[in-house]
Design a binder for this molecule. Sequence first.
Ligand code: SF4
Length: 346
Amino acid sequence: MENVLDLTKWYKKNFRDLPWRTTNDPYKIWLSEIILQQTQVVQGLAYYHRFITEYPTVAKLAEASEEQVLRLWQGLGYYSRARNLHKTAKLITNEYQGVFPNEKCELLKLPGVGDYTASAIVSFAFNKPHPAIDGNVFRVISRYYDINLPIDEPATRKVFLEILQPMIEQTSPALFNNAIMELGATLCKNDHPNCSVCPLYIDCQARINETIALRPVKNKKVKKRNRYFNYLLIRYKDNIYIQKRFGKGIWENLFELPLIETEAPADWKNLSNSIASTVSNTKGFNLVKQTSLKHVLTHQTLFCQFFEIYTTEKPVFVSENCLEIELKDSTKYPFPILISNFLLSL
Ligand code: SF4
């Protein structure tokens, strides 16, 4: 690329002043990178401040319980990031004496740290020349060189890396990675890129060839699955019942209400058998309200129904996993945001 200097000059004039850009503390940089995976900067910024305030050092984060970390993460989605964040904090504290490694190959051993995140940390914290290729960088380079290769194929990353390596070596690695990502995030957007003020305007091949809308190329389409979650909000005196979600699927280790998942939408009547195998004393159950909510995730659409039931008899659950809590204490537990908002609305 002829315009590396134009790109970095543009960045110095136009960059958004974000707290992780004015530090070379690897803890803060790592934290921001994990938060910003699959999260917009505006939303991520609030969570970054929240985490830095609560856990100003990696050792403080390692001391927290997983439940506390999940609770603070609530609303950000992709909760495996929070679980890995906590695991990595413990590893750094206990096995690396609290010091983040400054080599990419070491960073790659940490839970939740992939190629992009490791490159971002070594370049931003230690100014080492490793191109960090995220979606923004793929888009800018695809367009600048008018590349017709699918960016979701692993082999393409290698091609992009070969293009970017000589560029990053022309300047400060931290500056270069920040500049190209910022260009993708603020000018070279997916829809309606702002080419007229872009520092790469003159040589951008996709602009010249009028293929901007076709770049980057993606092969795979995300297949969505519909799921039907029927939640039982059982109210006995001031109490409700919650359970921890186990297994490798969505929301692992978060709390939820007793759940009956069905293959298709279900109503109260055709749920009765499943309810009886969840709670053994349902005679006094009085359904007072049914609320339907749709929750869209990347690979799944959840059609959730909340059945609000009052009972005068203390419910006996078949599973030992159920916990009785006062409704007012529900804010102490990490729930998916859908359930947390529902409980707050009561
Ligand atoms: S000229 Fe337009 S399409 Fe090309 S890199 Fe700049 S913003 Fe992207």
